[in-house]
Design a protein around this ligand. Structure first.
Ligand SMILES: C[S@@+](CC[C@H](N)C(=O)[O-])C[C@H]1O[C@@H](n2cnc3c(N)ncnc32)[C@H](O)[C@@H]1O
Length: 248
C-alpha cells in the first residue's frame, strides 16, 4: 500500500508525530528567543502542531513544508482552525527541493523526525544552517542508539547500523558544523510507548472498522511487524532526542 496512507492511518490520533510529550513541547517553546517580527521555517511539519504553537506563543510568521498529501491537509486544517490570521506559507513539496527566497533569513529552522530528507542528521543540520540567520536557532529531532543494535533488529527494521549515531555523537555533529548546543530534550520510554502504542491502537481499530478495505491485509502485516520489532528490540535500542542549537 502507499506509504503516505500507512502513516496517515497509524498517526490518526497523534497530535505530535514523534516520541515527544506535549509537556516537552512546552518546555522547548519556553527556551526559544523568538518575537513577532521573526520568520520560522519547518521542514516536514507533519500535522503542523509545532508551527501552530510557535505562532500562538510568539506571533511569528513562517513557512511549513510537508510532502504527504494527508499530513498537508491536516496541517492546513489546523492552521485554519487555530491560527487563521497567521502569515504562514504552506508548501506541499519535497523538503529536499525547498529553496528559500533569501539565504540565512529565518530566526528558527526546524526538522523533527525526517532527517532522511537530507540524507541524515549531518545533512539536515547543514541544510538548516544555510537557511538560519546568524544568531538564530536550529531544532532537529533525531533518533540515537541507546545501545549497539542487534543485527536481527537491523534486519527486521530494514536499517543500516550507521543511519543513526549515539546521543553524544548527534551533539558532536552539530558542534563540528560550528553550532552551539543550547539544550537537549531526551524522550523517556513512556514517551516512546505513547508514540508507538497510538499507532497500534489506531491501526488495529481502523482495520477492524474497514474489513472491506483492500489495503488492510498488507497494512496489518506491516503494523504487526512494526509492533513486534519495537517490543522485541526497538524499545531498548533506539532513543529519541530534540536538539536545540544556536548558529553563532
Ligand atoms: C515522523 S513525521 C514528523 C512530523 C512532524 N515533524 C512532527 O514531529 O510532528 C515525518 C514527516 O515527514 C514528512 N515527510 C516525509 N518525507 C518528506 C519529504 N521528502 N519532504 C517533506 N516532508 C516529508 C511526512 O509526511 C511526515 O509528516
Amino acid at each position: 500500500m502507499e506509504s503516505w496512507r500507512y502513516y496517515y492511518i497509524t498517526h490518526l490520533n497523534h497530535i505530535i508525530c514523534n516520541p515527544t510529550s506535549p509537556a516537552k513541547y512546552d518546555q522547548l517553546l519556553s527556551l526559544l528567543p523568538l518575537s513577532a517580527e521573526d520568520q520560522v521555517l519547518e521542514i516536514a511539519t507533519g500535522k503542523g502542531e509545532l508551527m501552530t504553537q510557535l505562532v500562538e506563543r510568539f506571533g511569528v510568521s513562517g513557512t511549513a513544508v510537508d510532502l504527504s498529501p494527508y499530513h498537508s491537509q491536516d496541517a492546513r486544517d489546523k492552521f485554519a482552525a487555530r491560527i487563521p490570521n497567521a502569515d504562514i506559507t504552506f508548501l506541499e513539496m519535497d523538503g529536499a527541493a525547498y529553496q528559500p527566497e533569501k539565504p540565512e533569513s529565518f530566526a528558527l529552522t526546524a526538522c523533527l523526525g525526517a532527517s532522511w530528507i537530507f540524507n541524515g542528521h549531518k545533512g539536515t543540520l547543514q541544510a538548516l544552517i544555510n537557511w538560519t540567520k546568524p544568531g538564530g536557532c536550529i531544532i532537529v529531532g533525531e533518533p540515537y542508539w541507546l545501545q549497539e543494535p542487534h543485527p536481527d533488529y537491523l534486519q527486521m527494521a530494514g536499517l543500516e547500523r550507521d543511519v543513526f549515531a549515539s546521543h553524544h555523537q548527534n551533539v558532536l555533529t552539530g558542534q563540528s558544523l560550528g553550532l552551539n548546543l543550547l539544550y537537549t530534550l531526551v524522550s523517556t520510554h513512556d514517551e516512546w510507548d505513547v508514540y508507538e502504542g497510538l499507532q497500534w491502537h489506531a491501526g488495529e481499530l481502523y482495520a477492524a472498522a474497514h474489513p472491506d478495505d483492500a489495503d488492510m491485509p498488507e497494512f496489518l502485516t506491516r503494523l504487526r511487524a512494526q509492533k513486534q520489532e519495537y517490543l522485541q528490540y526497538g524499545r531498548d535500542t533506539l532513543g529519541w532526542a530534540i536538539y536545540l542549537f544556536r548558529k553563532p
